[in-house]
Ligand binder design. Structure first.
Ligand SMILES: [Zn+2]
Length: 149
């Protein structure tokens, strides 16, 4: 029988994971939210202005691998409420798919009047938002987040 080293912890940061690298600050992001467990930032392929991703700071494969499912969605809701109050979103869609990046993330997508998406979000409709505008949106959102919600 051969000896093997113990497998690394499930939730240890991974150098090949883009979201782990964002959490570690190795890849820049437009941050909108942060607490002890979660980080929120603007999606670089936004389906609407303010479209954010909420990721676990630890590496979990799926959203329901995160130990605190409730607080995870509470964090997403804080960003969603800020999208309404600071960005004028009419509603917010909270989505989890998880196939694009293998690290838990919740999509928080604001919906606006005549935003081109129709009844459901058109995934192929990526909005072109200049970097300065992304920066302005991130600032607006982070200021609009009520951490006591
Ligand atoms: Zn990761």
């Amino acid at each position: 029988m051969t000896t093997r080293s113990l497998p690394s912890s499930e939730d240890a940061p991974r150098s090949d994971c883009v979201f782990c690298r964002i959490v570690k600050g190795e890849i820049p992001c437009h941050k909108v939210y942060e607490d002890k467990e979660y980080l929120g930032f603007l999606d670089i392929t936004p389906r609407n202005p303010g479209h954010s991703l909420i990721v676990t700071k630890r590496h979990y494969r799926w959203v329901d691998d995160a130990p605190q499912f409730g607080s995870y969605f509470e964090a997403a809701k804080r960003v969603g409420l800020a999208l309404k109050s600071a960005m004028g979103a009419l509603s917010v869609s909270y989505l989890t798919l998880g196939n694009e990046v293998p690290h838990a993330h919740i999509w928080v997508v604001p919906r606006y009047r005549d935003d081109g998406h129709g009844g459901v979000i058109d995934w192929k409709l990526v909005k072109q938002i200049p970097p300065e505008e992304m920066k302005r949106i991130a600032s607006l959102l982070s200021k609009g987040i009520n951490t006591s919600v």
